[in-house]
Design a protein around this ligand. Sequence first.
Ligand SMILES: C[C@@]1(CC(=O)O)C2=NC(=C\c3[nH]c(c(CCC(=O)O)c3CC(=O)O)Cc3[nH]c(c(CC(=O)O)c3CCC(=O)O)/C=C3\N/C(=C\2)[C@@H](CCC(=O)O)[C@]3(C)CC(=O)O)/[C@H]1CCC(=O)O
Ligand SMILES: NC(=O)c1ccc[n+]([C@@H]2O[C@H](COP(=O)([O-])OP(=O)(O)OC[C@H]3O[C@@H](n4cnc5c(N)ncnc54)[C@H](O)[C@@H]3O)[C@@H](O)[C@H]2O)c1
Length: 216
Amino acid sequence: MNGYPIMLDLKDKPVLIAGGGAVAERKAAALLEAGGDVTVVAPSVSPRLREWADRGRIRLAEREAREEDLAGAALFFAATDDAEANRRLAEAARARGVWTNVGTDGEAGDFVTPAVVRRGDLVLAVSASAAGPALAARVARELGQRYGPDYAHAAAVLRAVRRAAKACVGDAAERRRLLAASATDEALAMWREASPDEPPERLVERLRQLPGHAEG
Ligand SMILES: C[C@@]1(CC(=O)O)C2=NC(=C\c3[nH]c(c(CCC(=O)O)c3CC(=O)O)Cc3[nH]c(c(CC(=O)O)c3CCC(=O)O)/C=C3\N/C(=C\2)[C@@H](CCC(=O)O)[C@]3(C)CC(=O)O)/[C@H]1CCC(=O)O
Ligand SMILES: NC(=O)c1ccc[n+]([C@@H]2O[C@H](COP(=O)([O-])OP(=O)(O)OC[C@H]3O[C@@H](n4cnc5c(N)ncnc54)[C@H](O)[C@@H]3O)[C@@H](O)[C@H]2O)c1
């Protein structure tokens, strides 16, 4: 496996999960966080999945998954504890062109899910390419300690700063220099104290105060 990492926009995209246990619940939680339209099909489901269904956060069908359930799905997660059912469903999904994750055998699917730490717009995702999820989980935990919750605010300000630089700095070379300096430790310390709601001119002024930006 030589995986290609991407960030998918799953907002309102139909996603099917076969299985209703711990693995299905973990996948559903991450998919809901990304705004996916999640359907779970399983004869028995965890209390949390049931609660999400009762509150309308997911759709739920309490029976074994069938090939027809795949119709219209953007992604499919084979997360049952029946390896043969997972394999059969994954094969049907592939025949329909639906990208598939197989929880009982990572290498049998089209993609594996990384361990993820979210800091607002800054997303830390670590994959061991199915070599050992415990390693991915450990490295992600360590990164989460290095890049703490305050990075969410810094990233939100950075987005506003970048938009401001695009709007207010006409000279492309200067803009590149400024933005190259916008992720240094000094810059991040500045964004922690700033607000994304400041006027664009003020944010650009702050950017110009950063050491090193004038050196080209
Ligand atoms: C990262 C994470 C994301 C998530 O699922 O959300 C994730 N597994 C996590 C945890 C975890 N899973 C398992 C353990 C027990 C220790 C161990 O067995 O090693 C732990 C550790 C723990 O619980 O800390 C058991 C396990 N996992 C898989 C198999 C089957 C197989 O090996 O093929 C078995 C054996 C089942 C059995 O015993 O039969 C398969 C997959 N698990 C993957 C992802 C994909 C590869 C990702 C990659 O390598 O990058 C892949 C291939 C498919 C997929 O699911 O996408 C999440 C960490 C969340 C976090 O804490 O941050
Ligand atoms: N990928 C991972 O991260 C990971 C982690 C741990 C375990 N696993 C593997 O994933 C499997 C599932 O783990 P779990 O902890 O969620 O198991 P679990 O026993 O908690 O849940 C299994 C679920 O599958 C459902 N199911 C069984 N046959 C089905 C079918 N034909 N259609 C739809 N649903 C069906 C059951 O009703 C149940 O809800 C385990 O067998 C294990 O090998 C994967």
